[in-house]
Design a protein around this ligand. Sequence first.
Ligand SMILES: NC(=O)c1ccc[n+]([C@@H]2O[C@H](COP(=O)([O-])OP(=O)(O)OC[C@H]3O[C@@H](n4cnc5c(N)ncnc54)[C@H](O)[C@@H]3O)[C@@H](O)[C@H]2O)c1
Length: 277
Amino acid sequence: MIYDQLLEGKKGIIFGALNDKSIAWKIAERAYEAGAVFTLSNAPVALRFGEINALSEKCNSKVIQADATSLGDIENVFSESMEFLGGKVDFVLHSIGMSLNVRKGNVYNDLNYNYFLKTLEVSALSFHKILQTAYKLDAINDWGSVLALSYVAAQRSLYGYNDMADAKALLESIARSFGYIYGREKKVRVNTISQSPTMTTAGSGVKGFESLVDFTERMSPLGNATAEDCADYSISLFSDLTRKVTMQNLFHDGGFSSMGMSLRAMTQYDKSFQVKD
Ligand SMILES: NC(=O)c1ccc[n+]([C@@H]2O[C@H](COP(=O)([O-])OP(=O)(O)OC[C@H]3O[C@@H](n4cnc5c(N)ncnc54)[C@H](O)[C@@H]3O)[C@@H](O)[C@H]2O)c1
């Protein structure tokens, strides 16, 4: 097993495992296999589904409820985690995203601004709150690693991604801005992984998601990165093998972000001209 020992002795907090499709769920499973101990946190509404308990039992973990927009809840996650784990943590995963505009089908040129603010608060500001709380509580060991999940819509327009694109741009900027301070003061690294479209509860809420998954699969020389692939990459970023990687947005997308047109996509596109009406 290639994950053996990579996170042996490391402690962490994983935000955002909802069900076994969640990217955070796969990361938790891999982190456990790699020898880490950690707590799991999610919003009260997510915990009501109860699925996270199965993950917590499997990983000998503890579930701590927190709305990631609440500073009080986040503080509680850190203090309860340090108590449960017996000290400061070495890694934190932010795997949180939600847009009511996406959910309600509001298009980008007809947004509800209360929802827009909520998108930014849940999907981006929550990352700042987690970092600031950890920093103030001095809750992360030197050379620790903090990771959030992003998407290429932060750099490029992709139909249907809506106000989440702005949230991801802000998320990536927070990783750079806080990464400088946390690196300078505490040797803690802060990065985002820009992941391929992945069939999860949050992902499948995006308009035209199945077509997007097919398109990026055809465009990427290595194909889409799965949630399991993302878990592998995340373990490497939590491990001591990547101690000097910080303030980066790391594309994990089979090469999609560097492509313009691929043979597989062109072949499919050509077929549309052959349809007779
Ligand atoms: N699925 C994709 O295609 C894809 C691609 C790139 C990046 N991402 C990002 O990966 C991350 C995880 O998403 P996922 O695809 O695994 O879907 P998911 O639905 O399994 O996870 C989203 C999580 O956010 C949590 N959440 C929402 N509001 C919250 C709040 N107020 N407080 C605390 N938690 C809250 C949900 O409960 C859920 O666990 C998100 O940031 C998402 O934007 C997903």
